[in-house]
Design a protein around this ligand. Structure first.
Ligand SMILES: [Zn+2]
Ligand SMILES: [Zn+2]
Length: 263
């Protein structure tokens, strides 16, 4: 293997790993993010490319040690770097003159853009949304966006201690539109913060005993992935889709669409 690296499959991690050698820092282990044990050739290609184009120029292990020993010189904006010791991207910025360093929750080395987007959300806007390079990297305690490969679009996995959260489809399509996905996720998280968890609401609305003379109800149904309205009719009631699927739709548009439903 190029430069004396060692490639192996770790069943405990469920992934191919590369041991990158270094005389200075004694080396480090890089998760190649190839989960199939039979995909050795893919893992090898990734490992070779990393050793040849990145590791030979600068050792991430040495860089991480240096970053840890000296406070990162965070100037304007956010600096991100791969921390070889913890195996995730870190971000640093200046908050009131103090350098603040935070893990970004992105554990795929090849997802630098995701890490940068996560950094700007976390550190610049202070929005508690994380960016995961892979759905498996979503953490149950933080709102996280991830790229849904089969759907070809980004999704927000919400965090909720009561129902466990849900996935909300975002309109940002394509892997590269992470900044747009962050924007929209921010709107969704703000709506959750000012109202309530849409999944808890859905569970409640779907199980409630309704009074046929009661008032209509309007909610984002996480099962149908769209806004729905319940309206009383003779001897009962009906639930109808409003025709809007964006959770962060603006209030006026929502009310207009709902008021257009006539029975
Ligand atoms: Zn090193
Ligand atoms: Zn909930």
């Amino acid at each position: 293997m190029e430069g004396g690296g060692r490639l192996y499959y770790a069943a405990t991690e469920g992934s191919w790993l590369l041991e990158a050698p270094c005389e200075e820092c004694a080396g480090f282990v890089l998760d190649l993010r190839v989960s199939d044990p039979t995909e050795q050739s893919t893992a090898r290609a990734r490992a070779d490319s990393y050793l040849r184009h990145v590791h030979r120029i600068a050792c991430a292990g040495c860089e991480s040690l240096e970053r840890r020993q000296t406070q990162p010189p965070a100037g304007e904006g956010v600096e991100v770097w791969w921390d070889a010791a913890s195996g995730e991207w870190l971000g640093a910025t200046l908050v009131d003159g103090t350098s603040v360093c935070l893990p970004l929750g992105v554990r795929t080395y090849w997802a630098r853009r995701d890490a940068e987007a996560a950094a700007s959300l976390l550190l610049e806007r202070g929005v508690p949304v994380r960016v995961a390079a892979h759905p498996a990297e979503c953490e149950p305690e933080a709102h996280t966006i991830f790229y849904d490969v089969p759907a070809g679009s980004w999704a927000l996995r919400t965090a909720c201690p009561d129902c466990g959260g849900c996935d909300i489809r975002l309109i940002a399509r394509g892997r590269g539109s992470v900044a747009r996905a962050c924007e929209q996720a921010q709107g969704c998280v703000e709506r959750i913060a000012t109202t309530e968890c849409p999944n808890c609401r859905t569970l409640r609305e779907r199980s409630v005993e309704r009074d046929p003379d009661g008032p209509p109800a309007l909610w984002f149904d996480t099962v149908l992935a769209g806004w729905v309205a319940w309206m009383p009719v003779e001897d009962g009631g009906v639930t109808l889709p409003v025709g809007l699927t964006r959770f962060d739709v603006n209030e006026r548009q929502l009310l207009l669409a709902a008021s257009g439903l006539q029975l």
